[in-house]
Design a protein around this ligand. Sequence first.
Ligand code: GDP
Length: 193
Amino acid sequence: MKITNVEMVISAVKPEQYPAGQLPEFALAGRSNVGKSSFINKMINRKNFARTSSKPGKTQTLNFYRINDALYFVDVPGYGFAKVSKTEREAWGKMIETYFTTREQLKAALLIVDLRHPPTKDDVMMYEFLKHYNIPTLVIATKADKIPRGKWQQHAKVAKETLRLIPDDELIIFSAETGQGKDEAWGALQKWI
Ligand code: GDP
């Protein structure tokens, strides 16, 4: 995909704030610090467009990035920070549940996991949540550059088994550092664009 235009359209917390129009949307879910912003930046060839290294306590919003007037990446606040209070966790849960269960423009979720380690309990819960609502999911196993290429397939197998990935869902080995998996990821999204 040749990227000609990217725009951060809105940080939303409520459905009234979601952008109007019918462009397909892809929501990015993943543990804080897993590499969601880096994934978006690599996919759109920008160094620092989506904010990287999100800190705990940063505003919990859904960030809508419009790409080429063709689609949106929706950055969902990361999960798995021990420090977040119960109230904040509940607000987060409500916000993402509303988005994932009501948004018609949502075509698929991109669940970002770390290829180096088996998916965490939170990753498994997130995947189960997505499957419960029948949301097509593309698993992006990132940071592949941090382990030897010879180990990729074994780690991918562990990730698929831990998540209990269904045959309809694909896992793509990715690196925001090298661009590994980028074309494959765009290829996988193509069927919804
Ligand atoms: P987010 O909180 O999920 O948005 O995570 P970030 O994109 O901010 O990434 C967290 C940290 O991991 C940053 O220091 C990134 O530079 C690093 N990182 C993200 N993706 C990769 C990758 O594919 N390879 C390597 N080596 N580092 C990465």
